[in-house]
Design a protein around this ligand. Sequence first.
Ligand code: FAD
Ligand code: SF4
Ligand code: SF4
Length: 510
Amino acid sequence: MSDLLNPMPAFSGLHPLPGRLTGARVEARARANVIIPFATAKPIAPGSTYPAGAFCSTCGLCDTPFIASVATACAFLGDGMARLDALEPALHGRPRDTSGEEAQLGVIQDHFYARAVPSVPGAQWTGIITALACSALESGLVDAVACVAGQPDDPLSPRPLLARTPAEVRSAAGVKPTLSPTLELLPEIVESVKAGSIARLLFIGVGCQVQALRAVELSLGLEKLYVLGTNCVDNGTRAGLNTFLEAASASPATAKHYEFHVDYRVHIVHADEAATPTERIPYFSLPASKLTDVIAPSCYSCTDYANGGADCVVGYMGAPYGGDATPMRSSWQHVVVRNGRGAELVGGLAGRKGSGGGPALETRPVVSSGSRTALVKATVEADDAARRGEGPRSPMPAWLGTILARLLTAFGPRGIEFARYSVDYHALRNFLYIRRHWAKGGGLGGPSSKAGSPPPLPAGVRAIVESYDRDGWVTKLLEADPGPGPPSRVVRKGRTREGWWVGGGRDKSL
Ligand code: FAD
Ligand code: SF4
Ligand code: SF4
């Protein structure tokens, strides 16, 4: 092992959730403490740069008085996503075991494939998330659900919603594949707790949102918080989504859902499936030169694809491909239960028979086959070459890309091994990005680490980087290309709750 990881500051050790360890007394103290530290703090002013600068994922925290906690909550400041190392034992009862699949997937109490039957209309896949959230509301497990609906005039733009009814939860079905300021719901949650209308909450979110939420959890005054997560990688702004759809799809205006599926093709589902059937474009046939600036700097810097701080996580990357005859709305997904709260969430639906009250959860055991390592290295190297402008001049023809995708689907990593491939690749790519951009940034644009000092990594990502650097492979990539420095900062410009993306954006002048 080289000294690649040695310059990183040791994890400083936080105490994010003392209430979990000492029970009701601390919970009560936290409830008594509701909003006192936050009452006087002012949300970030329009025109100001978010504290994490270029690396802000606009999670919403700084648009509320909870900005007072930004230094210890933000996934891109200070210890950042390495806070997971202390969070996981506090939340799940033990740290992840980085010697096996938990390095990629986080703490696993139980995991399986599942699908909601019948599928939920409008859902991204079969609607497991929506069905679990509705079941939690209907059974009284929770009083409200923090989720992300779409804007009335733009269904793919996020509109954070504190849903009180199953109908409201169902209205939020489907992924809005853009950065979402979900934590701007925090003041509404606190007000509802004070008013007595919410005591138990279900929060649906991605890793960066969940980590910030965990840091302020005890200040919300909730009796109980459940967190239902999704996997998340390669997200970006609404403008970036447009760029992607215009480059990838023959009908960008009608696109409703898209996923980088496990068959090495992007599946784009359209609003009227009869008029515009699902497009399946091989990854290798995407016009890479038109896709720069699609992924946000935050998401290139993200080290929590698996959403380690959630109680239960739903994603597709661990499930095998069901064939072209199996659309996303009937495909299996991968569910990871991390602790007892996650089991409570899933238990409500698993026991249901599907009659008179929404879908049931069909389940089956996970599978894993193939080997990921060579493909991970090839993908990272191809990515690096493309970034330096040394990749192929034009994308692979669709027919050839389709053959390659079919071969990889048949003979490459499948099931859990595919999930590990995907996490390894993104962890390594993002590690290189962090080293090339953050270290050179010297703290400009958000990361609070000292000049030339990149942020610490969570144990899972450290283990992944170490395993690929045993022969110095990662070190060589870094030495060959030390990187260009920091990207532009994220600035708040006159945003309103109902018009998140109007006027917001990145300040290119910096
Ligand atoms: P649904 O029942 O349709 O529910 C989707 C839920 O997602 C809704 O409740 C809504 O509140 C929430 N949501 C929508 N948009 C956002 C947003 N922008 N931020 C936070 N929450 C949101 N899985 C993988 O395996 N690999 C990936 O790379 C991957 N990337 C993802 C990126 C994003 C931004 C999101 C939100 C999810 C991603 N997922 C990924 C998870 C996957 O796409 C599905 O969300 C998940 O499998 C659940 O499917 P479903 O049919 O049960 O969801
Ligand atoms: Fe604030 Fe951005 Fe960090 Fe969220 S990601 S806490 S909005 S700086
Ligand atoms: Fe947040 Fe990471 Fe998803 Fe980006 S990729 S939205 S930083 S969880």
